[in-house]
Design a protein around this ligand. Sequence first.
Ligand code: C2O
Length: 442
Amino acid sequence: MPNGLRRRENVAGMDANHPTLAAYRSAVEQMKNLPPDDPRNWTRQAEIHNEWCPHGNWYFLPWHRAYVLEFEEICRDLSGEPEFALPYWNWTRTRSIPDPFWQGTLLDDTRQVAQNEKIDEPRFVRQRLIDRIMRGRNFELWVASSKGRTVDGRPQDNTDPKWQGSPSQPEVIVGDQSTLESRPHNYIHVWISGNMGSFMSPLDPIFWLHHCNIDRLWAEWNAPPHSHQNTSDALWTDFQLSPFNRVVGDLQDITQLGYTYDTLAQPQPAQPSPLPPLRERARERFELMEPQVASLEREVSFPVETPQSALPLVAEAIAEEDVAEDGGPSVLAIVRDVEPPQDLRVTVNVFLNCPYLSAETPVSDPHYVGSFAFFGVHGDHGGHDTHMKSFALDLTDTVDRLRALEPDLESRLTVQLMPVPLEGRDVQTEEIRIGGVEIVYT
Ligand code: C2O
């Protein structure tokens, strides 16, 4: 252990007998054999997720960091390997589930993908997307936009545990999903499907390596050379995550937690800065809240009127590359109150001001903004299908590109949502209800 830190390493290239995987397998096997009332029991781990995991708000990353950390500790104890560190699965490079996860204890036979099946959806995991996510300066957009909102619209103003937005809590809390969450994270869940497609996803041993990779990306975003900052907002840092005995502020520096990743030269995070919440520092906001229903391969459009004043300001700043370190000018679209489809193998492509949009319009089109996938909507708790989602998308690059093509752009931004099936999947008609679109200039 260099510097006394446990090193989480890439699973690629580890064969089934690699000491790390041997230790992991031994721990998982023992957890599966423990009595159900033992807190280390395998199914019990998944139940913790099913009961408590926050999705679609700014506790998503720290909660899953604590969760993986405690799981790793159980593995360390049971395997008898005090230096054991979980490996991660970097799906950007390794496009299929690694071979050792297709036999014995590490197999989950509910998966809907085959052993050698490769992720062929560049929209969700490709390096260019990850690079873009890494360049993102805006904490709220990155770690999940803004503070959660209840369905009645009241914003978070305290650290009451209910704001965690756990699936088992009766009150439905709505926040926004970041690009990291709504794209690669959700996509990997629904691509694998079976247990991985539900809140019981930790039953699949690959879950932990998936989340280890998400955690790695957060750690990299904080560390040099990116050195982006988390917020110092007390509603975030002082929040106590259930059922763990940890507050968010203590989960920011992974070296303090005793680990690092093999991709990090310098694991130290940047100092948090007092970044005000998105809605407080937004220069202007415009919204069009008129619910519409999109169906498979049939788009809906939200033409949001934006006054002349705001956009040129942003566009000028981008053009001059006057991009401030603190999260400079950007244009965001928040797709609000989305009621997910029944069949989660539907994803949504988002375009801006595209006059010729069809289901075949490629994601290489200049009007393409981004995509999102759904995860964690139909929980095992019955009656939680009302869990509506909001998705935050960064329009800045697209606006910058389109300014050259469309002189009129400055007075109207038409956000277009096109539901398409997951590549190669046979999906019947599906409907997605969308509450509206909000445009935010920051
Ligand atoms: Cu709480 Cu990827 O799951």
